[in-house]
Design a protein around this ligand. Sequence first.
Ligand SMILES: Cc1ncc(COP(=O)(O)O)c(C=O)c1O
Length: 468
Amino acid sequence: METLLQKAFSADAFRTNGHKLIDLLADRLANSQNTTQPFSLCWQEADNMLEYWKQDAQKPLLEEPFELFSNILSHSINLYSKSTMGHQVPPPAPHAVLGTLLTAFLNNGSAVYEMGMTGNALEKMIIAEMAKTFGLGDDVSGFITSGGTLGNLTALLCARAVMQDAGDDDNSQLAALVSVEAHYSVERAMRVMGYDVENVIKVPVNEHFQIRTDLLEEYYEKAVAAGKKVFCIIGCACSTSTGSYDDLEALALFAKKHNLWFHVDGAHGAAAVYSPKYKHLLNGIEHADSIIVDFHKMMCVPSLSTAVIFRRPGDSYKTFAQKAQYLWADQEKKEWQNSGKRTFECTKPMTVVSIYTLMRMYGNELFKENVETLCALAAQFAALVTAHPHFELAVQPQSNIVCFRYIAAGNLDDINKRILQHLVREGKYYITGTTLNNSFCLRTAIMNPLTGITEFEGLLEYIQQVPL
Ligand SMILES: Cc1ncc(COP(=O)(O)O)c(C=O)c1O
């Protein structure tokens, strides 16, 4: 009789069920692209969802997983829907998804060279190519890590380690200069590093939600007077709420003047570098000491996959320098191929395969098209909002994020919050909200390049029908 383990590892069952799964997903993809009916998610209260899955777990064991896969699909938000315009998470390009399937099958962790030979080589190659594209030069270092949050932490840890390495051991009051609009992961990173919230010096933004570079000196001086040691400045490229790009040239100059580490959080928007039309937004990034870019935002791959790029070749080795006798023969040697010496993760998925698959199939032209399409769509939606008598645009978008409000008699914050709640629960359109200048706004991140005027007009129409 077949043992459970024999069953679980059956090649035939894998082939049959794998084909069925791909058919299921391809149908979902085709339906999402072809339908004219907006549909993003089938909302359920969290407790009901928990109950649903608790009951599922009580059912008899499955002979094959098709029904389970179908259920998971129908109980999840559909990012391939053209009416999903919520968070900055893309519908991944299908071949990048296949790349992820391959890497899950391989399960090659990349910490140790022989466990991730291809992954380590591809990472080195892609980081070098990207660094050149950003204008950092040839002699850089970097790797891919699991998300922008970890990327920001890794870069800031490195900034501190480099400072210590230069002989400056007093790091008790280190502080970072950043815009009030920076992603929360920057503050989280500083807290993980052992600093108070006050050590994140938040500089106000201008009317475009870009850091006020005219205030940098004042905030820096104030921090120093309060006993802080400002060690780095972080540029948003772009910010999360509004997609605004900081003036990276001004930040680079400021960093140089005060001998600060210059980090660019390009998690969302650094992919603009591939577009001749938008890359000017990144002017100044070529002076960065470190840059992060999320492939799983504007570059069409599944989460999480983030490039962390360092200007200098040795820097990436300083962050996590420590001994692990059982992993590497030579603890001190700078070996790019043993990437675990430099990354937070030990077992690290080979996510580089997904981005490399897209690069090999379509070239960087795909990212150019994606960035330009998404930004053009955002501009189109912003123009619709501006022209509409019942809507107000919060700020002209610089990228693919549009913030706006519905205007009606009454408390606009309450009204727009109620609209958002209604939208999420009805599930036809999925958008998010944010607070700008103390006002609650609706927020769309256009991540699906197939979203278009039909969805934009439909959304505005739908919002006007929401019972208030
Ligand atoms: C500007 C910015 N930085 C960092 C992050 C964090 O990235 P992740 O979700 O990959 O951890 C985000 C996420 O939205 C972001 O918008």
